[in-house]
Design a protein around this ligand. Structure first.
Ligand SMILES: [Zn+2]
Ligand SMILES: [Zn+2]
Length: 419
């Protein structure tokens, strides 16, 4: 599946709320350490982050800002014959305006963004398309262009780990024309524009910052970029990053007594209920996949869990990890201490991870012929989710889990940090 990218790295410029130094952050990052005063902060916003691109010149009353949705996600497409996995990095206009481009495309000028704040002058056009409608619009456009897998017959499609933001793009009124403020391209005449009476709205968005320090002992927490879970080395506890602040989060670790350096990869251990399918014991699962082993009474007793990566990674590797760790099906005890574990960032909430389960089932099922046509109507309910770190031993460029056994290239995990 093609990977479509509007631009690899976009940056947000802002002032450090502590020392007022000019600083910047990658668009997808939500944890910030100031290079000047060393303060470590989390960004909080009640909904998607809202940013704008400032026009190079022009005064407030001449500037119009048009909203675009930005979205990055892993996408799984199940077709009758195959599962296609890929990543999407897209922008889509958030209002009905045929004279404006539907996508921002690749433009180097887009690299510098600013948080919205009430001090920015200009007219803000109100978004009239939801993110869901924009995603549908994107799918339709890709279909019309004949791009695979968008144009293929689809049984099921899942967008996983969508990171969305709203980006306001600058236009200007100049000499009776509406002009693209960055590209100096005429969009249409002011008269035609105004005849359409596009709704305006002064956004009330303001990003909030709160300290990334342990609420218990006051130390800086470990975790950066966009991790959802930060940890305190001192108290050996984990904290979940919310829109307003930190919340304590129970985490579990699969024991490994080695003295080697260990990296903990986070997984959601998920118990599900599926309408019309028995998948509550490991025996059920063994039949579902037609595992080449005899089903024992112990297997019929053992509860079954899906194990889903709690981090973004190449979509094919993501699916492979679900397969391998779910088959491994750890049944021993957990530790509740992180110890010296080097924790890989948690970048997917349990609900997002669970959205991959239809695809995972399509991947694992033995009887694809019967199962696949039902895929669209399948109802999966997540009944319970636990965050469990699975320790891997760090050996050069590779992470090794000897009990499974499984090896993962560290480079492959790095890739996921940019989705
Ligand atoms: Zn600072
Ligand atoms: Zn602490």
């Amino acid at each position: 599946m093609e990977t479509r990218s509007d631009s690899r790295r976009w940056f947000i410029d802002f002032q450090c709320p502590r020392c007022a130094a000019a600083v910047s952050l990658e668009e997808t990052e939500r944890i910030f350490t100031c290079a000047w005063c060393r303060v470590k902060l989390c960004l909080g916003s009640p909904g998607p982050l809202q940013c704008c691109i400032l026009p190079p010149s022009a005064t407030g009353e001449d500037v119009l800002f048009a909203p675009y949705w930005r979205l990055k996600a892993m996408v799984f497409t199940c077709t009758p014959g195959a599962i296609r996995a890929g990543a999407v990095d897209m922008s889509h206009i958030a209002l009905h305006a045929e004279t404006l481009p539907w996508s921002l495309g690749i433009r180097p000028q887009l690299a510098r963004l600013h948080f919205l704040d009430p001090g920015i002058q200009g007219t803000f056009l109100a978004p009239s398309l939801t993110i869901g409608e924009s995603v549908t619009g994107y799918e339709t456009n890709m279909k019309q262009l004949g791009v695979s897998p968008w144009a293929d017959a689809v049984l099921h499609r899942a967008w996983i780990g969508e990171q969305t933001s709203l980006l306001y793009y600058p236009l200007m009124r100049r000499g009776g024309q509406i002009v693209d403020a960055l590209q100096d391209r005429i969009v249409e005449s002011v008269a035609t524009w105004e005849a359409r009476a596009t709704a305006e709205r002064q956004p009330d968005f303001r990003v909030r910052f709160y300290a990334a320090t342990c609420p218990d002992c006051g130390r800086d927490l470990d975790g950066d970029r966009d991790t959802l879970v930060l940890t305190c080395r001192n108290c050996d506890r984990a904290w979940k990053r919310g829109s307003e602040g930190l919340e304590e989060m129970p985490v579990y670790v699969i024991p490994d007594k080695t003295r080697e350096d260990r990296v903990g990869l986070p997984f959601w251990r998920i118990r599900i209920g599926v309408e019309g399918f028995a998948l509550s014991t490991f025996g059920d699962f063994a039949r579902f996949c037609n595992l080449p082993r005899a089903i024992t009474p112990a297997m019929e007793e053992a509860p079954f869990f899906f194990w889903v990566p709690a981090f973004k990674v190449n979509a094919e590797l993501y699916l492979m990890l679900i397969r391998r760790i779910t088959l491994f099906q750890w049944r021993g005890d957990f530790e509740q201490r992180l110890g010296g574990l080097d924790c890989h960032p948690v970048t997917l909430p349990a609900e997002e991870g669970a959205e991959s389960l239809k695809t995972a089932m399509a991947d694992l099922v033995a009887d694809k012929r019967t199962f696949m046509p039902k895929l669209g109507d399948l109802e999966i309910a997540m009944k319970e989710a636990l965050l469990v770190y699975l320790p891997f031993r760090a050996r050069g460029g590779e992470l090794i889990q000897p009990q499974i056994p499984l090896g993962i290239q560290r480079k492959a995990l790095q890739f996921g940090l940019n989705i």
